[in-house]
Design a protein around this ligand. Sequence first.
Ligand code: ATP
Ligand code: MG
Length: 467
Amino acid sequence: MDFQELLAWADQQVLAHTGKPLDDLQKAILRGTWEREKYSDIANSYHCTEVHVKKVASQLWKTLSQSLGDGEQINKSNLRSMFHRWQVSNLSVFSRHIGHIGNVSVCGNASHPLEFPKQQQSDRSPSPNKSKPHIDRSEAPDLEYCCDRSHELDTLKNLLLEKRTRLITISGISGMGKTAIALQLLSEIEDKFDYIIWRSLRGSPTPETTLKSLTQFFSNIPQNRKNQKEEEQLSLLIEYLRNNRCLIILDDLHKVLEKNKLVGHYQPGYENYRNLFQTIAELSHQSCLIFNSWELPLEIVDLKNKNAPISCLELESLGKTANKILEKEGLLDQEKWSELINIYGGNPHWLKIAATGIQDLFGGRVGEYLQYKPLFLGDELIVILKQHLTRITDLEKQILLQISSQKEPVSISWLRESSDRSNSDILNAIRSLTKRSLLEKIERQNSTLFTVKQIFQEYLLEQNLST
Ligand SMILES: Nc1ncnc2c1ncn2[C@@H]1O[C@H](COP(=O)(O)OP(=O)(O)OP(=O)(O)O)[C@@H](O)[C@H]1O
Ligand SMILES: [Mg+2]
């Protein structure tokens, strides 16, 4: 008698009674009980509450007891002995049935797969073919990815595959490569998931629309359950994330965040995204949601503080690997490239725009381009910078201008002295600007100083001169 035999038997019984195979928590309960663990230990290793484990276990014992007949009752303390008795009394049937059951691998002769009665087979949710995950990337773009971000990719892979993080955020200023790295990640790990879905929030879909589109993708969810209320749709989604290994990617989350407010607030009518993220981070399942955004919503910090299995990756400068972009664009004066990369914050999109301008106006000579002050940024980039600046509050704008006008980084006390706004207003605004990646923090001799990201300084300077 071994555990795999028990698992195979339990899977068959649960399937016969509920139409669904064992889910991960039920398997964890069986394994824990088999190894004589307490419910509290099972709850700990499954990252859920003991009450929840007890509830699921009680239902599981009830279902398994029904298969014994004769009023026999299975419980935590007699599972082994009851199963043994059942095995002895059903020996001939049982030995034919050891094989591969659903996604539960069992020992024995795989050439004798368990034959479910026809009715049960058709009730069963189609389990995705392991070698071919179900992927919907119809809303994902195709992007170039030539500069190495292997360090960030390794971090993401470790979070997804080793740490089983449930919610991952990839943040960073526009053009930094959030979408590109998520696409690259997908191409490297897609075989590790049963289902992968990519949804763009560029058109600001409501949380209800997004939730509906996710549940619709998981086509195993019966048709008659697809039109349910949001709360029910959310629990359906979680049910699915629990029973399958799914990866959801939501791109451009900042499109549903509020403008002209401090960082991290949802637009009115979009607050239920908070509920979606909280639920995915807090409830136990085997899947992951990744979102890309310029900014993080407020609840993310709170969830991190609560030790939920979530992680945040902020994409920063490509550094000297951005040379590849400049090389591809055919730029000259290689000794000036690091200066150019620094000015553009190592941002691949902005560097591509700069390279085109340098080709058009200076025949690719970077040295000549850098001589002209303020720097020529070009309309294409200005449109992007303006998009960032139209999101911020008036006080944030005022602070950006104040800091930009200084040659050296400034301290909080300098800002407080040069403004008539309250302490907390100023501190909140600085924090918000830092989170939006518009301000950079510099630690110097026991003090924290702030400076405006160089490309925004160039833009604000250019604006000032032209007005
Ligand atoms: N590692 C990379 N190597 C080469 N090019 C890259 C890399 N990462 C991004 N790019 C290019 O930079 C541009 C911007 O990338 P991407 O769209 O991923 O940025 P983003 O951070 O998602 O921007 P946004 O927030 O505006 O959506 C694209 O043209 C992309 O091909
Ligand atoms: Mg993007």
